[in-house]
Design a protein around this ligand. Sequence first.
Ligand code: CA
Length: 427
Amino acid sequence: MPEQSPFDLAEGDPFGPHNLPYGVFSTAAAPDRRRLGVRYGRHVLDLSALPSALPPVVRPPHAALLAAPTLNPLLAAGRTVWQEVRAAVRTAVTATEHRPALTPLFHPLDEVTLHLPFEVADYVDFYSSEHHATNVGRIFRPDGAALPPNWKHLPIGYHGRSGTVVVTGTPVVRPNGQRKVPTDAEPTFGPSGRLDIEAEVGFIVGAPSAHTEPVGLGAFRDHVFGVCLVNDWSARDIQAWEYLPLGPFLGKSFATSVSAWITPLDAFDEARTPPPARDFPLLPYLDDSAMEPGGFDIRIEVTVNGEHLSNPPFSAMYWTAAQQLAHMTVNGASLRTGDLFASGTVSGPEPDQLGCLLEITQGKGPYLQDGDEVTLAAWAPGPEGTRIGLGEVTGRVLPAPELGTVPAAAGAGAGSEATTTAPRDGT
Ligand code: CA
């Protein structure tokens, strides 16, 4: 079979000229050379080589930004530059006269290695689905109110661990930890027995903001570069024991998976949708009633080992990404290029629309087994009936490290076998 031209997209391909997501790739021929790429259909266009391949009149500007090994310099450059580069890339892939020059710049998707596309600065995770928060509240606090009293006044969030954000395809090692479920009399230490997923949508900050200067709702497009999928892996037994009173910690920080492709925010203009009606007027810095619709009609599918699990609808989220951004900076906290903020588990009102196993099994399990592979995929409506695909997020669960490899006492280092002969504190 002759190799398919990169310009011949399959009917309805969700990675067509209206999408053009950015990523970072390397090839087998140059495994140490990370380059920016744009996904087009089943191919990756080498952005680093694009400026020199085109005649000056259509050459993308900002060649230095496109030659970087991560997206961060492009992210930092701001919205005008993002629009100029995107327009130039779209012209390059759609104008037929450039095809001979561009064809050598395409690599088949299955022949490249994809890397984490940006250096993650700060990572914040929200909790913005009313359905998810209500379901989890009923499971974790069966005798209390499902939603805490602040929930409809502000988008609740916490600061996560940016250093363990990993790209799709990275295996996820089951964490060891201190865990206690309600039926346990005492906490025990060992592999999480309740490893779960959380299907979420992530937003990547490009342009930074100044310390002490809040970013208002209307500045969302000036700061947010693009969108990806996020799997916020969660160890429920560790989480349930540790989370009071300061929130998630080790039950979440062992791994967070993101797409290899960052779709520009502008690709979602057709997908904008109003969020659900609010129960009462919000404080002015969160009041989006006069703003452009802040929700996004992004339709997620979760599969486990290739089998359909659920279809969480992002349009059902109570708090929007613009409100989350306004809230996380309203105290003067600044944004940095590469900040990632995730929506919180996306769950809708229907049984087939839940974004984690905790909800799907109503807290009873089963949870993930070693060897299970979880994939999040999603699309949003694009212009003229097209679909905008988000880069999928896949991860396979690997067994927990042997308990003997966990340091058991200060200075013991090598593990439990060594601790039986190593000196202990006070002895
Ligand atoms: Ca989460």
